[in-house]
Design a protein around this ligand. Structure first.
Ligand code: AMP
Length: 210
């Protein structure tokens, strides 16, 4: 499990790490955005919460993620990104995994100060086709407004602006941060400094996992 606030670089690190360790990258936010794009019932329910920068209720989120995990081959390792975000989600995950004789091996917290997170989030853009992430300050695309990888248009996430950013960070530091104690009590927590270059974070992350 990767734990990190919005803008901590968690998604970028998750992609690199999944490739390096051959893990399936399961990002709950991406699952929700897919459901929204396809206008499924679940997507329509989730949209209102996401647009406001609020968490989607646990009962919707937990079943969506557990169902996705259960569809993977039993031997496939998984990297969870953005889930769990609350203690009830963490407990439901533990018991859901138990029923399929799986377990969490490790969670890693990517620690970044809040002021830095705000700077990063206000410059973040994602591409429409595959949600590749760019940042006007630290990682601009070659052609402004166009994704380097697939050529689709870049856009700002509706929840990366103004009040929604503050709300999402407040939720992270009030609720999600409690997961640190939860996994520490199970001796499954590592913490790393996320306030360094993406390359350094990746190396620190790999060392922590080893
Ligand atoms: P993310 O891309 O991880 O920032 O997620 C985008 C939005 O999806 C969040 O602001 C929530 O509205 C929703 N979401 C993603 N993961 C969860 C989760 N584990 N629990 C509740 N809501 C979630």
């Amino acid at each position: 499990i990767l734990i990190g606030a919005q803008g901590s670089g968690k998604g970028t690190q998750a992609e690199l790490l999944a490739q390096e360790l051959r893990l399936f990258h399961l990002a709950s936010g991406d699952l929700f955005r897919q459901e929204m794009a396809e206008e499924t019932e679940l997507g329509v329910k989730a949209k209102a919460f996401m647009d406001r920068g609020e968490l989607v209720p646990d009962e919707i989120t937990i079943s969506m993620v557990l169902n996705r995990i259960k569809r993977l081959p039993a031997t496939q390792g998984v990297l969870l990104d953005g889930f769990p975000r609350t203690i009830p989600q963490a407990k439901a995950l533990d018991s859901g995994l138990q029923t399929i004789k799986q377990q969490i091996d490790l969670s890693v917290y990517i620690d970044v100060p809040r002021t830095e997170l705000l700077d990063r989030l206000s410059g973040r853009y994602i591409c429409q086709a595959h949600q590749h992430v760019y940042n006007i300050h630290s990682k601009p695309s070659h052609v402004p407004g166009i994704c380097d990888i697939d050529g689709s248009e870049l856009m700002q996430r509706s929840d990366d602006t103004g009040e929604a950013i503050q709300k999402r960070l407040n939720i992270f530091f009030a609720e999600t941060i409690q997961l640190l104690d939860y996994y520490d009590a199970q001796h499954k927590l590592a913490q790393i400094n996320g306030n360094q270059s993406s390359y350094q974070v990746q190396n620190t992350l790999l060392e922590a996992i080893e």
